[in-house]
Design a binder for this molecule. Structure first.
Ligand code: SF4
Length: 100
Protein backbone atom coordinates (compact mmCIF):
# COMPACT_ATOMS: atom_id res chain seq x y z
CA UNK A 1 0.00 0.00 0.00
CA UNK A 2 1.48 3.34 -1.06
CA UNK A 3 1.25 6.49 0.98
CA UNK A 4 -0.99 9.06 -0.69
CA UNK A 5 0.43 12.40 -1.68
CA UNK A 6 -0.61 15.79 -0.35
CA UNK A 7 -1.53 16.70 -3.96
CA UNK A 8 -4.12 13.90 -3.97
CA UNK A 9 -5.49 15.31 -0.76
CA UNK A 10 -5.64 19.02 -1.42
CA UNK A 11 -8.95 19.85 0.28
CA UNK A 12 -9.17 22.09 3.29
CA UNK A 13 -8.41 20.54 6.65
CA UNK A 14 -10.89 20.62 9.50
CA UNK A 15 -14.17 20.13 7.61
CA UNK A 16 -14.58 16.39 8.23
CA UNK A 17 -13.18 13.78 10.56
CA UNK A 18 -12.78 10.05 9.92
CA UNK A 19 -14.79 7.70 12.11
CA UNK A 20 -13.70 4.06 12.52
CA UNK A 21 -16.38 1.37 12.84
CA UNK A 22 -15.14 -0.62 15.83
CA UNK A 23 -17.08 -3.72 14.77
CA UNK A 24 -15.29 -3.77 11.40
CA UNK A 25 -11.70 -2.64 12.01
CA UNK A 26 -9.12 -5.47 11.89
CA UNK A 27 -6.01 -3.31 12.40
CA UNK A 28 -4.71 -4.03 8.91
CA UNK A 29 -3.24 -0.51 8.88
CA UNK A 30 -4.08 0.37 5.27
CA UNK A 31 -5.34 3.74 6.56
CA UNK A 32 -2.05 4.36 8.40
CA UNK A 33 -0.08 3.55 5.27
CA UNK A 34 -2.12 5.60 2.80
CA UNK A 35 -2.98 8.77 4.73
CA UNK A 36 -0.62 11.61 3.72
CA UNK A 37 -1.27 13.43 7.00
CA UNK A 38 -0.69 10.66 9.57
CA UNK A 39 -4.23 10.92 10.87
CA UNK A 40 -4.33 7.29 12.10
CA UNK A 41 -2.33 4.97 14.29
CA UNK A 42 -2.84 1.34 15.31
CA UNK A 43 -2.99 0.83 19.05
CA UNK A 44 -4.66 -1.36 21.69
CA UNK A 45 -8.44 -1.29 21.68
CA UNK A 46 -9.63 0.94 24.52
CA UNK A 47 -11.76 -0.75 27.19
CA UNK A 48 -14.70 1.59 26.60
CA UNK A 49 -14.66 0.79 22.88
CA UNK A 50 -14.37 -2.94 23.51
CA UNK A 51 -17.30 -2.83 25.93
CA UNK A 52 -19.74 -1.69 23.23
CA UNK A 53 -18.69 -4.16 20.53
CA UNK A 54 -21.11 -6.79 19.32
CA UNK A 55 -20.27 -10.39 20.18
CA UNK A 56 -18.95 -10.85 16.64
CA UNK A 57 -16.96 -7.63 17.02
CA UNK A 58 -15.39 -8.86 20.26
CA UNK A 59 -14.42 -12.12 18.64
CA UNK A 60 -12.96 -10.31 15.63
CA UNK A 61 -11.03 -7.93 17.88
CA UNK A 62 -9.63 -10.86 19.88
CA UNK A 63 -8.53 -12.66 16.71
CA UNK A 64 -6.69 -9.50 15.65
CA UNK A 65 -4.88 -8.97 18.92
CA UNK A 66 -7.32 -6.39 20.34
CA UNK A 67 -5.68 -3.68 18.28
CA UNK A 68 -7.46 -1.22 16.00
CA UNK A 69 -7.00 2.01 14.06
CA UNK A 70 -7.50 5.21 16.03
CA UNK A 71 -7.81 8.76 14.76
CA UNK A 72 -5.00 10.68 16.44
CA UNK A 73 -4.82 13.83 14.28
CA UNK A 74 -8.42 14.49 13.28
CA UNK A 75 -7.74 18.19 12.66
CA UNK A 76 -5.31 17.25 9.89
CA UNK A 77 -7.87 15.33 7.81
CA UNK A 78 -8.16 16.90 4.35
CA UNK A 79 -11.17 14.82 3.22
CA UNK A 80 -9.48 13.08 0.29
CA UNK A 81 -11.10 9.72 1.05
CA UNK A 82 -7.93 7.70 0.38
CA UNK A 83 -8.37 5.86 3.68
CA UNK A 84 -11.93 4.90 2.81
CA UNK A 85 -10.82 3.40 -0.51
CA UNK A 86 -7.85 1.64 1.09
CA UNK A 87 -9.61 -0.01 4.04
CA UNK A 88 -10.31 -3.66 3.16
CA UNK A 89 -12.95 -3.87 5.89
CA UNK A 90 -14.89 -0.75 4.83
CA UNK A 91 -14.54 0.45 8.40
CA UNK A 92 -14.00 4.18 7.78
CA UNK A 93 -16.40 6.98 6.96
CA UNK A 94 -15.99 10.74 6.97
CA UNK A 95 -18.31 12.80 9.11
CA UNK A 96 -18.77 16.55 8.76
CA UNK A 97 -17.45 18.39 11.79
CA UNK A 98 -20.78 20.22 11.94
CA UNK A 99 -22.56 16.85 12.41
CA UNK A 100 -20.49 15.78 15.43
S1 SF4 B 1 -9.63 11.38 4.23
FE1 SF4 B 1 -8.46 9.73 5.19
S2 SF4 B 1 -6.55 9.62 4.00
FE2 SF4 B 1 -7.49 11.61 3.52
S3 SF4 B 1 -6.54 13.02 5.01
FE3 SF4 B 1 -8.47 12.30 5.91
S4 SF4 B 1 -7.84 10.58 7.20
FE4 SF4 B 1 -6.14 10.96 5.76
Amino acid sequence: MQRGSAEECAGDAGRVVPVVDRNRCEAKAACVQVCPFDVFEIRPLEAADRAVLTLAGKLKAWVHGNRQAYVVRADDCHACGLCIKACPEKAIRLVAVTDL
